[in-house]
Design a protein around this ligand. Structure first.
Ligand SMILES: *Cc1c(COP(=O)(O)O)cnc(C)c1O
Length: 457
């Protein structure tokens, strides 16, 4: 089929939607390093993990060999309410940039939670329900994950306890109320409902909280409340597995028109959307069937890949979670106030970390004000108001397209547009009023937190 026949939006029918998730680990020669028990330094066993996480999810977490996992019918039915998500040919952006590059983006913001996180939230809630649990606990920073999980739990009739970083709880009342619409209880963290929360409140009265502290509170509540488990919205292998639906749909849609991307780009916080988007393409690369360039885009304020160290580290500041081997800035690293709340995690998925260490992937870091400039350029031609996180990928895609303009190369670029920015208008306001600044940590900042990496390394 000729290029100009490609529609603005490539939709798939329900029948064409993927029936399985793809487990990229099955095709990796060097498997991601296992989670370690911080007490013993030994790999976490299924039994140990099952005290914190749902049984079926633990099985997915530890399975490095099974390439495909069937998507249960009930999850597929839920997906059908907002999937397949559109794959858009960015004709208007191409025109604006005067580039010979062909740009596509996969838009995951077409649901109330406004991001891709719902793809894993419904899966995790489903397995908790299957196990006969009463409810789940989690943390949320900016609120996207908490909202997605609330929607999933509301749908399945599962109780959901969200610990929301206190400063977000106070500054983002809209997200907080959406979670309550779906029936979740939302507690500002640190709170006096947990030991770790009380300890932090005693030590730092008046603190606005942190993601690491909220994780510690959610885990403590899960393990101390019968019938509850803890769930996490990114970083873990299981989350990348569920998010593979993004890449699988993209590939099915592109294959319909015989289009093969040269470059696949995604923003990287904990790595779940990027890991999901690249999964089937990376699988082909690992099996030697095709070649692609993969680019992870991270904020200059929290540059885990580009300036971090590949080492075992804690996932939380409370140091209660297992140790993961990943590119990390150190669990005590405090990124300065940055509006891309979803990209502020100090570490990175173990799967992506191993692929990056093995040279299968590139990474770039970009500055916040440049990101917002690209976001507006995109919004004005493509219509969608992008989330600040997603706009990191927009900027990198625009930069690649501009390079093509200079060299005359007709590269095909695919990027992930992970969400919408309606709840981020305070950040846009700061950008407009010139109050937005670019924070870049110094070498000393990073060295200081890396010096506190755990002993096992
Ligand atoms: C959470 C979030 C991200 C980053 O998380 P990953 O796990 O790295 O995908 C990116 N975009 C949006 C809109 C998010 O909500």
């Amino acid at each position: 089929m000729s290029e100009n026949k490609i529609p603005y939006k490539i939709y798939l029918s329900e029948e064409e939607m993927p029936r399985t998730w793809y487990n990229l680990r099955a095709d990796m020669k060097n498997k991601p390093a296992p989670l370690l028990n911080p007490g013993t330094g030994r790999p976490m066993t299924a039994e140990e993990l099952e005290g914190v996480f749902c049984k079926e999810l633990v099985a997915q977490e530890l399975d490095n060999d099974t390439p495909y996992f069937e998507i249960p019918g009930e999850i597929r039915d839920f997906y059908k309410m907002y999937r397949p998500s559109p794959l858009v040919r960015a004709y208007c952006l191409e025109e604006k940039l005067q580039t010979p590059a062909k740009i596509y983006y996969k838009f995951e913001g077409n649901n109330t939670s406004g991001s891709h996180k719902l793809n894993s939230a419904i899966a995790q809630a489903y397995y908790a329900k299957q196990q006969g649990l009463k409810g789940v606990t989690t943390e949320t920073g900016a609120g996207q994950w908490g909202t997605a999980l609330s929607m999933a739990c509301g749908y399945l009739g599962l109780d959901c306890k969200v610990f929301m970083v206190k400063c977000s709880y106070e500054q983002k009342p809209f997200r907080r109320e959406v979670m309550k619409v779906y029936g979740s209880s939302v507690t500002p963290s640190p709170s006096d409902t947990t030991n770790v929360g009380r300890k932090i409140l005693a030590e730092f009265p008046g603190t606005g909280g942190s993601l690491g502290c909220a994780i510690s509170e959610a885990v403590e509540t899960a393990v101390s409340t019968p019938g509850y488990r803890y769930v996490l919205g990114s970083v873990l292998n299981q989350v990348l597995l569920h998010q593979s639906v993004i890449g699988l749909e993209s590939k099915i849609a592109l294959d319909k028109y015989g289009v093969k991307p040269d470059i696949v780009i995604g923003c990287a916080g904990g790595g779940s959307n990027l890991g999901g988007l690249i999964a089937p393409f990376m699988g082909e690369k690992l099996r030697g069937e095709a070649d692609y360039r993969f680019i992870a885009v991270e904020p200059a304020s929290c540059p885990s890949f580009t300036r971090g160290r590949y080492a075992y580290d804690f996932c939380d500041t409370g140091m209660v979670c297992p140790l993961a081997k990943m590119y990390t800035l150190g669990s005590s690293f405090m990124p300065s106030a940055d509006h891309a709340g979803g990209l502020r995690f100090h570490g990175m998925s173990s799967v992506l970390s191993q692929l990056y260490a093995d040279g299968y992937m590139e990474a770039v870091s970009v500055k916040q004000t440049d990101v917002f400039r690209a976001a507006e350029e995109f919004a004005r031609v493509e219509g969608i108001l992008p989330a600040p996180e997603s706009s990191h990928a927009i900027l990198a895609a625009v930069n690649e397209a501009k390079r093509c303009r200079e060299t005359g190369e007709e590269k095909t670029i695919l990027f992930g547009l992970t969400g919408t920015g309606y709840f981020d208008l305070v950040a846009y306001e700061k950008f407009h009023s010139g109050e937005m600044h670019d924070f870049v940590p110094t070498e000393e900042d990073i060295a200081r937190s890396l010096a506190q990496l755990p002993e096992v390394n």
